[in-house]
Design a protein around this ligand. Sequence first.
Ligand SMILES: *Cc1c(COP(=O)(O)O)cnc(C)c1O
Length: 410
Amino acid sequence: MTREECLKRDQTDELRHFRDRYAIPRGMIYLDGNSLGLMPRAVPERVAHAVSVQWAEDLITSWNKHGWFHLPRVAGNKIARLIGAATDSVIVADTISVNLFKVLSAALALRRGRKVILSDSGNFPSDLYVAQGLNRFLADGHSLKAVAPEDVLDAISTDVAVVMVTEVDYRTARRHDMKAIVTKAHAQGALVIWDLAHSAGAIPVDLMGADCDFAIGCTYKYINGGPGSPAFVFVHPRLQNEAEPALVGWWGHANPFAFSPEWQPASGMVRQQCGTQAMLSMVALDAALDTWADADMQKLHAKSKDLCGLFIALVEERCARHGLKLAGPRDFAARGSHVSFHCPEGYAVMQALIAAGVVGDFRAPDLIRFGFAPLYNSFTETFDAAETLGHILDTRSWNRPEFLAKKSVT
Ligand SMILES: *Cc1c(COP(=O)(O)O)cnc(C)c1O
């Protein structure tokens, strides 16, 4: 596609009105919505109200008066629609890592006697750390087995208690076959936990259709909930009253305001809550979720594939002689909504790109990564980003001390 054609494509894009709902810094091409999504314009007013009226004036009555106490469930149901979950099977709380600890401990308790947690070597390190930490804590012979992503299906055996995988690989965008993994796991008597960090809001997910047991995900990436916004957790309705997380607290108690000294789990998803949640972040997330109310995940997915496909084609054409190599599969049924290239001197190249107003990120050892958020990224931006990358590589303008020096967050 030429730039002209990209402009035309944007003008006829039936999703283009969504872009107006986000604050987009002038002159910036933001391709990092897979790490921290743009701010929805509806957020400042909602947060300002939560601060200056709900907190400043209504104070403690806001737990009832402004619905703070039930907001984790209300927001959870808005997320449920995006990931094919049943009503009241998603709750917002804590972080992915904390929620993984909860559901992994609950799942292992449901499969006593089995000692293997199966994952893949491309999984996000924090997920692997949580499993390692839990195994050490349980001191009951559990082990974490991480195989190559393409070997997960074959590695599911009757020794496996839990298959714990991230649907879309944070580096390569490779997407697991959810249905195939769940079907095989259930046939072998294992449970499955999905990490949807790079799926929720990016691609259609059908948790109920695939008969998934557990899922977790964050809301600050494609869902645009804001820095450190609370994560979500899904438990299939058939397991909700059986699954007992090892991490419990008064917000998950059947009757928190009885202040009973004995633990008694609430029914349903409420027991997956632990303690008091960060309400200002929860309010920001809830406002962000309202911008999704009329979003059709199938249409978003079609646009995501078009944007990623365009970027891959342009970069491969424009930057062919610079040794860039696409990471992950080419088949769009087996990819998420970001695109990574192996790139020599990738760190410095990304710093130069950011300085030129094209914001992506770098993932060690050599990947430059670009997230395409179908709600707000455009075809023209995609074209311009590929051009800028080509220019930086042609001129070697990345080769400067300020671009080569590593910062603490990449
Ligand atoms: C971003 C990300 C996380 C982050 O976990 P937090 O506990 O919310 O910091 C976890 N898993 C995957 C796959 C991610 O991409």
